[in-house]
Ligand binder design. Sequence first.
Ligand SMILES: C[S@@+](CC[C@H](N)C(=O)[O-])C[C@H]1O[C@@H](n2cnc3c(N)ncnc32)[C@H](O)[C@@H]1O
Length: 340
Amino acid sequence: MKAVRVPKEYAEEVRKFVEKIKAKDKGRLIVQRGDYIEIPVYNGFEDYFSEFEDYFSDYDVIEQEKPLFAKKYDLFEILKKDVPEGLHDSIPKRYKLIGDIILIKIPEELEKYKEHVGEVLLNMHSRCKSVWLDRGKKGMLRKPEIELIAGEGSETIHRENGCFFKLDVTKVMFSPGNLAERMRMGRIVNDGEVVVDMFAGIGYFSIPMAVHSSPKKIYSIELNPDSYHFLIENMRLNAVRTIIPILGDSMYVTPEGIADRVVMGHISCHEFLPVAIRALKEGGAIHYHESTPEAVLNRPVERIKRAVEAEGREVDIKDIRKVKHYSPGVLHIVVDFFVY
Ligand SMILES: C[S@@+](CC[C@H](N)C(=O)[O-])C[C@H]1O[C@@H](n2cnc3c(N)ncnc32)[C@H](O)[C@@H]1O
């Protein structure tokens, strides 16, 4: 990416001129480096504006080392200059910031530009250290399938809602889109409650509950040793003492008859409903997550009713909420219900 490098005292005049001839790259900011000012110009501008060759011969036209991007110019605006027009519709409009790491999904047809996309993102977010291509999550353990495309480093500390989440993006997932639900869970627990978090991960729900509420105990069950490792780290980082971490399969290790509240924070966990119900005391609450196609939106409630009835107990459905769009035509739903 090119810039005209001019001594400070000439910068204003050159900026006006560059803008007048429409050579200024509006996607980047003018920056000062030492006694010089770098005015960003479009790549190849010299070819188009050869008539102004004399004017620019007094200054250096440089390859800019650390461009600063104008915030209002998003990734799309920057990339569309480098990607053929036929592929513009495929340029990603969104990406995730987890601590100082960026995760982005790139459609197959744009994969050959992945390193460039990575560099552009690193330049846009100078506090970030690496960019990873996100190919989704695999299996019940929700293991990330990702590839490094710029910078280096996979471990980070994500701060949100007064909590710290340490994680390695190559080993465990993190969904920034579930923020509202993590905040809600942090404030839903009544004083002195016993909570069971059946799919605790790195403490997505357990940590905010322990930080923002006053439970008696939170049994946080996690099957994946990598996630369990970070759960322990996060207990330490957040200085919480009410979490009892359990490494194991919640199908077999969930305690019975002790919980005021059970969190079922896995989008595919309906088979665990009987175990969750048995963990509850009379009148206890469950927060049940499910990825549900829009065509069968009553499926989660039907599953809950069937499971509660099979346990010979009664259900009171309290709330059905959308956490986020999971994929086209599929919602991530959470149902709050009480069991008597
Ligand atoms: C997808 S994460 C939860 C994400 C969370 N809802 C959020 O806000 O981002 C679910 C966790 O459940 C764990 N898990 C899967 N099956 C399990 C089981 N049978 N017992 C305990 N943990 C399990 C996975 O390893 C993963 O860490």
